[in-house]
Design a protein around this ligand. Sequence first.
Ligand code: ZN
Length: 351
Amino acid sequence: MKFSEIIGNRTVAEAMVSMADSGRVAHAVLLYENEGCGALPLALAYLQYLNCSNPSGGDSCGQCPSCRQMEKLIHPDVHFVFPVNKGPKTSDDKPTSESYVKYWRELALADPYFTEADLQKAIGIESKNGLIAVAEARSIITKLSLAPVYDGYKAVVFYLPEKMNQETANRLLKMVEEPPQKTLFLFITHAPEKVLQTIFSRCQSIRVMPLTKEEQRMVMERRPVVEDEDGTMFMELFSGLMNAIAAKDLMTALECGESMAALDSREKQKAFCNFAASCIRKIFMLQQNLQQIADVGEDEYGFYADMADKCPKGFCMKAIANIEKVVSMIDRNVSSKILFCDLVNRMFMNI
Ligand SMILES: [Zn+2]
């Protein structure tokens, strides 16, 4: 990937170029992004630039052997680590990223702006939590102890180091502290506060900025067209819930809560919560007469206008806070039935 293909985040791209040009390349960099803002494309463009044999104008050439292998994500000196678990797409009993690298490549080539949920789906572990386990550390240490194929940098891109346990971090720490010559670690996190401090403190942190509305639209256009089954189903679920609570029909509202709890993975439950929060923000915007930034489509205007009318002032802010609380609890092994039932109750009480 070339820097010229990156959507938004010019300042970060320029900082990376000048870091590479200065020759003072930090050996451990942590890119902190809100999901989907392009940290992985930036990391890929940076490594491609660093290893390009003919860079010019602040970008890689895209033509040299190193660039061509980077473009296909098959550069022999660049490795990828991401959270995995056992699943139907590998027979490995203790899978590592290597077990799934084929699917990682397919996904990242089709859409480098993919989300964590997209990755879980691509490697077939939708219903499980992905982890970076100690087997991964062993595999990385072995790979980095081999001589590089090219004369450039060897690198490991860690996608979501917050999913690394203490044992894995301990194994890797010495290497992150004192890496072999011309070896880089790039960490991409969505939750820097959850990255183990021992790793975090060794990194130069870079904030990948949220995308503007226009940039988000460009990312969406770039994404491969997939039937958005989840979006349609989420909207049905959300509108069902809102119509029920607006009609003071607690039984139907609780049934909607049960359907939310029955979504087949934690990631999907969180995705639904984020979807619902974004819908409630639209209602809030309409209540504030901010139609121009509410981003409500013509075909859905009737529903949102109706809800803006029926929901009392204060409802939206309370509902969003309650939903965000559910998102934070989903990862803590709390029963999802209890969580969603409680959420529906609270929304019902506030309307
Ligand atoms: Zn090149």
